[in-house]
Structure formats: C-alpha cells, structure tokens
Design a protein around this ligand. Structure first.
Ligand code: FMN
Length: 217
C-alpha cells in the first residue's frame, strides 16, 4: 500500500511538473517583446487585380493585432505604379544581379502599445536589439523574398533572436525564404514558418491565429 501511494505521489508530481513546464513555455513567448518586419507591394498584382493594401501587409497586421507586436515596414518607392508584368521583369533582373535596392522604414507601436510607445524613424541596430522575437514576412518574388528585404538583412543583425518567417504567395509556399533568412542569420532561433495564398489573405486570420498558437503565443 505504501508503495502504491509513493508511486501515485510521484506520478502526480510529474504531471504537475509537466503542466507548469508547458504553461511556462507559452508564457515565455507571450512575455517576449515582438516586432513584425515585413515588405508588401500594393498596386497591380497576380490574381488580385489592383490592390490598395498589399497581401503581406494584411497578414502583418493580423500578427500585430493578435500578439501586440510592434511593426516595421520595409519601404521603397521603386515599384510604385508598376504593372504586374514590369514589376516581375524588374524583380527578376534585381535577383539575377543580386541587387540591394535602398529602403526606409520606421518602428511603429503595435495595436496594444499605441499609448506607451513612440514611432522610431530609420531605427538603429540598438532599436532592434530591444526585441526578442522578430516575425519576418514578405511576398515570394521569383522563389524567395524580394531583394529589398535582403537589403534589410544586410543592414540589421537579428542573430540571437527568435525569428518566425512568413510569406504570401501564389503557389510557391515558403519557397526558399526560410533557408535564405537562415543563411543571413545563422545564429537565430528559426521557428516554423507560415505561408498563405495572397488572394486568400482576407479569409486568413484564423490560420494566422492557429500558427501563433503553435508558436506559443
Ligand atoms: C515580381 C513578382 C514575382 C512573384 N513571384 C512569385 C513566385 O515566384 N512564386 C509565387 O508563388 N508567387 C509569386 N508572386 C506572387 C506574390 O508572391 C503574391 O501575389 C503575394 O501575395 C504578393 O504579396 P504583396 O501584396 O504583399 O506584395 C510574384 C509577384 C510579383 C509581383
């Protein structure tokens, strides 16, 4: 009888231990300071016509809304008003030549931090150092992220951070994006990526929520 009680007590302690470990893991992600870094191209695009807000931006905003993460949009005027066809040609040329188009951006507070935080124009590396988790997202252009995102990767060091990559696309899924981010930040903790068809982002909030849950948010 004494033995049985001991075994039961040990099993109970184990299960309590496991339970708290799980919730700690989830608490960890929720407590970390997160930033969504993304590029998104509004205008004429494949399968969606002429859109005022790019597909990836819609997903980036869901992530910020659901996690409270701040946002940094990689911006350039290079592709403004281009037809889809011209944009494809320009992007292909950039990739072949391994170009690094110039970009700008600012860190803006996430939906839940609007009152406490300030907008940081053209942030420094130190501003990025404030974040533990960085979501990185963009459209797939010719199988990977647009070259302007590689300009960002060359400028800011995100090694040592948790990186959660995502894409919007029209068939390539994550393409080579995860591998290319890993190559740029070999010492980051890369989490499972998320991808969604660009023409489907309007219905994609639940899928984003599911991915965030799996990551522990
Ligand atoms: C220049 C260019 C290249 C593209 N290349 C691909 C590709 O290789 N694979 C793919 O699945 N979709 C490709 N697409 C489609 C985009 O990935 C898709 O429309 C995406 O949702 C656009 O996101 P955005 O509106 O945030 O820019 C391409 C679109 C453009 C404009």
């Amino acid at each position: 009888m004494k033995h049985i009680l001991l075994i039961l007590a040990a099993a109970l302690m184990l299960s309590i231990g496991c339970g708290s470990k799980q919730s700690n893991k989830q608490m960890d992600m929720k407590d970390k300071k997160a930033l969504v870094v993304y590029f998104s191209h509004a205008g004429e695009n494949y399968a969606v016509g002429n859109i005022p807000v790019g597909n990836t931006k819609v997903i980036a905003e869901y992530i910020s809304e659901l996690t409270g993460a701040d946002m940094y949009e990689i911006t350039t005027h290079k592709y403004d008003s281009m037809s889809y066809k011209t944009c494809c040609d320009v992007a292909q040329e950039e990739q072949i030549n391994d170009e690094r188009p110039p970009f700008e951006g600012k860190i803006v507070p996430g939906a839940k931090n609007k009152e406490q935080a300030r907008i940081i124009d053209n942030p420094t590396q130190a501003d990025f150092d404030n974040y533990d988790v960085v979501f990185i997202g963009g459209p797939v252009w010719w199988g990977t992220y647009p070259q302007v995102m590689f300009s960002f990767f060359d400028t800011y060091d995100l090694n040592g951070k948790v990186i959660c990559p995502f894409t919007t696309h029209e068939g390539s899924g994550l393409g080579n994006c995860v591998g290319d981010v890993r190559a740029n930040y070999p010492h980051a903790d890369m989490k499972k990526g998320f991808s969604i068809y660009g023409h489907n982002v309007g219905n994609g909030k639940a899928e984003v929520e599911q991915w965030l849950k799996e990551l522990g948010f």
